[in-house]
Design a protein around this ligand. Structure first.
Ligand code: NAD
Length: 262
C-alpha cells in the first residue's frame, strides 16, 4: 500500500509494540505510526539499534526483556508517563531457536527458554497493561500466536508450538473476561513470514524451508507488512466487534488439503 492510501485510524492512540526492532514488530510499528499512533518500540536489542528506529517513527524506544516482570511493569509505566495513555499493546516478541526441535531431541532448558520468551512474556505484558486499559475503559491487545497454534507440523518445534497454543488460549480467555470492559484481546496467527526469525531457522535447514513452502497455497511466504496491516486492523476501531478471536493470516495454509500447481 502506498503512503497516500494508508488510512489514519490510529490518530490519538498510543501503541506499545514488543519485538518492535525487527520483522513483524518493526513493520507493525511503522504501520501504526503511519496510521497516526504514538509508538513505543520495545525490544531487548541494543539502544544503538532501537533508538534510531523509534526516532524514525517519532516515538520512543524502551529497552526491555519481556521475560522480566519488573522490567515489563516499568516499561508500561514509562510509556504511560510519556504519552498519557496506552491504547494498543502488540505483544509480539518471540524466538524460534534451532535447539527447539522434535520432542525427542529438545532438552528441558531449550523448552523452558522458549516458553519464557514466547508465552510467559505475553502473560506479563497482558498482566501489566490491563490495569491501564481497564482504567481508561478502552484498549486493544493483540498477541502474536502462529498458525502452528492451530495445526500440527511433522517438522516439529515442540516448545514453540506449545507456547503459541498457550498464547491463543490465554488470548481467548482474556478476551472473554474483559469483553464488557472496553478491552478487546485478539491473537494474530501468521503463516510463515519472511523475517530474520524465519530466515535463521531455514538457513540452518533449507530442506525444512522447502517442505514448509509446499504447503502454502499462495506458493510464497508472507511479508512483514502484510502482518502489520492485519495488526493495524485489529488495533483500530474497524475491528470493534472482534474479540477473543484468532486472526489467521497464512496465505491459505490452514484451509489447504492439497495446494495448486502452476
Ligand atoms: P524477529 O526475530 O524478526 O523479531 C523478533 C524480535 O523480538 C527481535 O527484535 C528480538 O530482539 C525481540 N526479542 C526476542 N526476545 C526478546 C525478549 N526477551 N524481550 C524483548 N524482545 C525480544 O521475529 P518475527 O518473525 O518478526 O517474529 C515476531 C513474532 O511473530 C514472534 O512471536 C514469532 O513467533 C511470530 N511468528 C513469526 C512467524 C514467521 O514466520 N516469521 C510466523 C508465525 C509467528
Amino acid at each position: 500500500m502506498t503512503e497516500q492510501t494508508i488510512p489514519r485510524r490510529l490518530v490519538g492512540r498510543v501503541a506499545v509494540v514488543t519485538g518492535g526492532a525487527s520483522g513483524i514488530g518493526l513493520a507493525t510499528a511503522r504501520r501504526m505510526a503511519a496510521e497516526g499512533a504514538k509508538v513505543a518500540v520495545v525490544d531487548v536489542c541494543e539502544e544503538s539499534i532501537g533508538e534510531p528506529l523509534a526516532e524514525e517513527l517519532g516515538g520512543m524506544f524502551v529497552k526491555t526483556d519481556v521475560t522480566d516482570s519488573d522490567a515489563v511493569e516499568a516499561m508500561f509505566a514509562s510509556v504511560k508517563a510519556a504519552y498519557g495513555s496506552i491504547d494498543i499493546a502488540f505483544n509480539n516478541a518471540g524466538i524460534s531457536p534451532p535447539e527447539d526441535d522434535s520432542i525427542l531431541d529438545t532438552d528441558l532448558a531449550a523448552w523452558r527458554r522458549v516458553q519464557e520468551v514466547n508465552l510467559t512474556s505475553v502473560y506479563l505484558c497482558c498482566k501489566h497493561v490491563l490495569p491501564y486499559m481497564l482504567e481508561q475503559g478502552r484498549g486493544s491487545i493483540i498477541n502474536t500466536a502462529s498458525f502452528v497454534a492451530i495445526m500440527g507440523a511433522a517438522t516439529s518445534q515442540i516448545s514453540y508450538s506449545a507456547s503459541k497454543g498457550g498464547v491463543l488460549s490465554m488470548t481467548r480467555e482474556l478476551g472473554v473476561q474483559f469483553a464488557r470492559k472496553g478491552v478487546r484481546v485478539n491473537a494474530l496467527c501468521p503463516g510463515p513470514v519472511n523475517t530474520p526469525l524465519l530466515k535463521e531457522l531455514f538457513a540452518a535447514d533449507p530442506e525444512k524451508a522447502q517442505r514448509r513452502l509446499v504447503h502454502v497455497p499462495m506458493g510464497r511466504f508472507g511479508e512483514p507488512e502484510e502482518m502489520a496491516a492485519a495488526v493495524a486492523f485489529l488495533a483500530s476501531d474497524d475491528s470493534s466487534f472482534m474479540t477473543a478471536n484468532e486472526f489467521v493470516v497464512d496465505g491459505g495454509i490452514s484451509s489447504a488439503y492439497v495446494t495448486p500447481v502452476d
